[in-house]
Design a protein around this ligand. Structure first.
Ligand SMILES: C[C@H](O)[C@H](O)[C@H]1CNC2=NC(N)=NC(=O)C2=N1
Length: 218
């Protein structure tokens, strides 16, 4: 049955009012959003009937156009906006995605508080002193055999060369690898050491570690 125009409009307005009322329970802006969406689907008259004056953009007047008001907007449209993540983002980005900094020209060793904070982000790395008595972090792996130990050295070397920051590597008892990270230039630990530890933790090395004996639950 085709409703007459006024009746149809009042029916639509009724539905609109119910939507807006419901939306208003969720907040005026939702009401406006809901109302305007439905208004836009019905017609501007309903918009005016419900929401008062027209909402939405209007064409600039001749005077506004003449004043080149668009040129005075903040910045220029062609400015490349560099989005700099806040420093805290550094923490979120994670050590493994950071880059080591060059050590020459003097670099300070980290205080204990920083060492403890950063160590928490490097699973399996323990705090200790190296042979020279300097703070270091180290990680031990039992590898499948002597060659696997040398292969692990090579995989760690790739990262060390990329980062320009190098571990002390030990291969003892033919199948025990220890990597020791310390910053020689600082005679202690710097963030570089923890970045390296986090990156070393990302190395795929399952082929170098002893095969897991399948557990048979007899
Ligand atoms: C010039 C170069 O950046 C420095 O000699 C780097 C090389 N790799 C390094 N590695 C480590 N672990 N400590 C350093 O002080 C260091 N210095």
């Amino acid at each position: 049955m085709q409703l007459a125009a006024p009746a149809r409009l009042s029916q639509q307005l009724g539905a609109l009012q119910r939507t807006v009322t419901a939306a208003q329970r969720r907040g005026v802006s939702a009401a406006r959003r809901g109302g305007l969406q439905i208004c836009a689907s019905i017609n501007p008259n309903a918009e005016r009937a419900l929401m008062g004056e027209d909402f939405g953009a209007r064409d600039p007047t001749a005077g506004e156009l003449g004043s080149n008001f668009g040129d005075k907007v903040l910045g220029n449209y062609n400015t490349e906006h560099i989005i700099k993540p806040p420093d805290a983002m550094g923490e979120i980005v994670g050590l493994k995605n950071k880059k080591c900094v060059a050590c020459e020209g003097g670099i300070e060793a980290l205080p204990e508080s920083e060492i403890n904070r950063l160590q928490k982000q490097c699973a399996g790395w323990r705090l200790g002193k190296n042979a020279a008595g300097h703070d270091c972090i180290s990680h031990e792996w039992k590898v499948r055999n002597f060659r696997a130990g040398l292969d692990l050295f090579q995989r760690i070397a790739v990262i060390a060369e990329e980062e320009g920051h190098h571990p002390d590597l030990h291969l003892t008892g033919y199948n025990t690898v220890v990597a020791e990270m310390t910053t020689h230039a600082a005679k202690g630990l710097t963030e570089n050491d923890f970045i390296m530890a986090a990156k070393i933790n990302e190395i795929e090395m399952s082929d170098l570690l002893p095969k897991r004996k399948p557990k048979f639950w007899a």
